[in-house]
Design a protein around this ligand. Structure first.
Ligand code: SAH
Ligand code: AVI
Length: 325
């Protein structure tokens, strides 16, 4: 029998709509208003993110890929895993470096992928089956609620790459990491990618690129809400903003209303009155202190085992165990 591709859909169109309605009602009636970043990733948003990863200003993906190119054999050996579980997998592009290393070591048995973005997930999963000839179990789900529904089995290396962990605030981050620890078994490991603190000018350029791809990615969330919730956001009346929050050590992406306006969200029966210059927070992207990270992981029951930075010190990969419970 050949390798199997299984696609399990935990987020149905109906449950996605309910969860979006909940998030958007809460976010657009809050002060200040916000839209959770999970809703960026419809098919267009996922393609735009992929374009971002190739921008000259967006060093994160290149830096992480460089570490993986140099260190995957060592990471895989230390983790001793036969199953790769990738959370928020997207195109799973960099992940191939880990899978190549597992295949070279003769230990690659199967792959599990979890992402909210169904089209991109299906495409990535299909490509991995073809390339590696192993079983791939793709789960369309929400990493905030579905970690415990992932298939067990094998010695697992969980990969949470790209600094996606930074898109969650401190409390949610702790909850998420604790959720990883609870869903993993004692012999499993977590490989966590984190963007490190650096000159704010470089950060601002990475989140406000010259070509305007990040602006298009940010504004696309308005089209997502128009389509899914029958809202009437006019993208022309908003502008992209990237701001470094010095106190919190994170980048904020915001959408600024160019003028006073009334926006209708049909599915929520909600009218939102936005002031001229009012900003809606759409994403935080935290930047990490490599010395504080082991403490944060340890507090979530995930003791750090080893870490690797790129030569420029821009990005960090940390391998953590799950052995404290
Ligand atoms: N891991 C890839 C992609 C990072 S982009 C990389 O390192 O380049 C963030 C990914 O997480 C997207 O593919 C997006 O669809 C997914 N994602 C964001 N929020 C999610 C959520 N709540 N549940 C599941 N997937 C989510
Ligand atoms: C997915 N995530 C880690 C990206 C980031 O850098 O925070 C999303 C992104 N936002 C703007 N550009 C890229």
């Amino acid at each position: 029998m050949g390798p199997n591709l299984t696609v399990e859909v935990l987020v149905t169109p109906e449950s996605r709509r309910l969860s979006m309605e909940d998030d958007i009602r809460t976010g657009l009636t809050a002060d200040p208003r916000f839209i959770p970043p999970v809703w960026f990733y419809d098919e267009v948003g996922s393609r735009l993110f992929d374009e971002i990863t190739r921008l000259p200003e967006y060093y994160l993906t290149r830096a992480e890929r460089g570490i993986l190119a140099d260190r995957s054999a060592e990471i895989v050996e230390r983790a001793g895993a036969d199953t790769l579980v990738e959370i928020g997998s997207g195109t799973s592009d960099k992940t191939r470096l880990l899978l190549d290393a597992m295949a070279a070591a003769g230990t690659l048995h199967s792959v599990v992928l979890l992402d909210i973005s169904e089209e991109v997930l299906r495409e990535a999963a299909g490509q991995l089956v073809d390339r590696y000839g192993v079983d791939v179990h793709a789960v369309v789900g929400d990493l905030r609620s579905d970690l415990d529904k992932l298939p067990g089995g094998g010695r697992q290396l969980w990969a949470f790459l790209g600094s996606t962990i930074g898109n969650f605030g401190p409390a949610e981050r702790h909850q998420l990491l604790t959720g990883f620890g609870n869903a993993m078994r004692p012999s499993d490991h977590l490989l966590l990618g984190t963007d490190l603190e650096k000159d704010p000018a470089r950060l601002l350029a990475a989140y406000d690129d010259a070509e305007g791809v990040t602006a298009a990615f940010n504004l696309n969330v308005l089209s997502v809400l128009n389509d899914a919730l029958n809202a009437d956001f006019d993208r022309q009346r908003f502008e992209h903003r990237a701001v470094w929050n010095t106190g919190e050590r994170w980048i904020e992406m915001r959408l600024r209303s160019r003028e006073a306006q009334l926006v209708d969200v049909g599915a929520l029966d909600l009218s939102v009155e936005l002031g001229a210059g009012e900003e809606v927070l759409t994403e935080i992207s935290a930047k990490f202190d490599r010395h504080a990270l082991p403490g944060e992981l340890g507090a979530a029951g995930l003791p750090a085992v080893a870490s690797w930075a790129d030569r420029a010190g821009d990005f960090l990969l940390t391998l953590a165990g799950s052995g404290t419970h």
